[in-house]
Design a protein around this ligand. Structure first.
Ligand SMILES: NC(=O)c1ccc[n+]([C@@H]2O[C@H](COP(=O)([O-])OP(=O)(O)OC[C@H]3O[C@@H](n4cnc5c(N)ncnc54)[C@H](OP(=O)(O)O)[C@@H]3O)[C@@H](O)[C@H]2O)c1
Length: 284
């Protein structure tokens, strides 16, 4: 279904889900305010938009979600236009792998700063506008790691669990105001998140870490499972959420994510935990 004259703002549009969602929504007629923290990386999006014939429907703006001045600037730019903002997609994020006793306080806080506090701050900056309008959509790109805590990614899971709880409360607060709020919970998809954008805990690869031997096995297992799905599926899901008059709270995306949740529901807890330990090389 094509849409016209609808504006959406998305964070983290320079790669992965953010880039694909920008193109997908532009193709469906949306006007997209595509934000990214580093404008030097804009050519990836511009090339894709040109290829799709939707360059004129996309505006690129700077936004690092950990910079309050940039959040205030983009919110004020949107407000001054006196046009409606139909949807906000909080997508920006990165992964910070590390075992709990190797991760520093600063590393843990940095992960939450972007993946939780950043998304919350961007959302809060646009709530006055959405409230005035009396309509709008907010989509949070969470993760299966917002439902299940896997070993080696506790900081990431903490940020996504926080995002899930905050968003669930937000949904109740916004619904009476005409604003719909939804979470997208992808499994593993082929983007830059575990490669270019992975910020390993400094001690993760330190041979002196008490976890060194376990990390070796864990990495070998995780690398072996690196056959990931096409991220376009996530972009299509977000586009469907924006077109659904009554979106649900949660959208689980990907066979691995659905299977994980199903197994946890059906299996005795001890059996489920043994499967996770075995699959992540921590059963030895
Ligand atoms: N791929 C998966 O398997 C998967 C699964 C579940 C959930 N997710 C979630 O999906 C979202 C998008 O990730 P992706 O998989 O598409 O990975 P990606 O290709 O690495 O894209 C991440 C995007 O977030 C941006 N970003 C990172 N920190 C930022 C900050 N402080 N301010 C603004 N932008 C920032 C990156 O910008 P730069 O280009 O400048 O680095 C990039 O545009 C994340 O929230 C991630 O947690 C991904």
């Amino acid at each position: 279904m094509a849409s016209t004259d609808r504006t959406v703002l998305i964070t983290g549009a320079s790669s992965g889900f953010g880039l694909l969602t920008t193109i997908t929504l532009a193709r469906r007629g949306w006007h997209v305010l595509a934000t990214m923290r580093d404008l030097n990386r804009r050519s990836h999006l511009e090339d894709a938009a040109r290829g799709a014939g939707v360059l004129d429907q996309i505006e690129i703006h700077p936004l690092d979600v950990t910079h309050n001045d940039q959040i205030a600037a983009i919110a004020s730019l949107v407000e001054q236009r006196q046009t409606s903002l139909h949807a906000l997609i909080n997508n920006a994020g990165f992964a910070a792998p590390g075992f709990a006793d190797d991760v520093t306080d600063a590393e843990l806080r940095e992960q939450l700063d972007t993946n939780f506090f950043g998304a919350a701050a961007v959302t809060r900056a646009f709530l006055p506008q959405l409230r005035r309008q009396g309509f709008g959509r907010i989509v949070m790109v969470s993760s299966i790691s917002g439902r299940l805590g896997f070993p080696g990614v506790g900081s990431y899971a903490a940020a996504k669990f926080a995002l899930e709880g905050w968003t669930e409360s937000l949904r109740y607060e916004m619904k009476p105001l005409g604003i719909q709020v939804a979470l997208v919970e992808p499994g593993a998809f082929e983007t830059d998140i575990w490669t270019r954008n992975a910020k390993l805990s400094a001690r993760l690869l330190d041979p002196a870490s008490p976890n060194a031997a376990r990390v070796e096995r864990w990495r070998a297992r995780i690398e072996g499972q690196r056959k990931k799905a096409d991220p376009q599926v996530v972009a299509d899901t977000i586009a469907r959420i924006l077109d659904n008059p009554h979106p649900r709270l949660r959208y689980v995306v990907g066979a691995d994510a659905r299977m994980g949740l199903l197994l946890r529901k059906l299996l005795p807890a001890g059996v489920f935990e043994r499967i996770i330990l075995k699959n992540t090389g921590l059963d030895g």
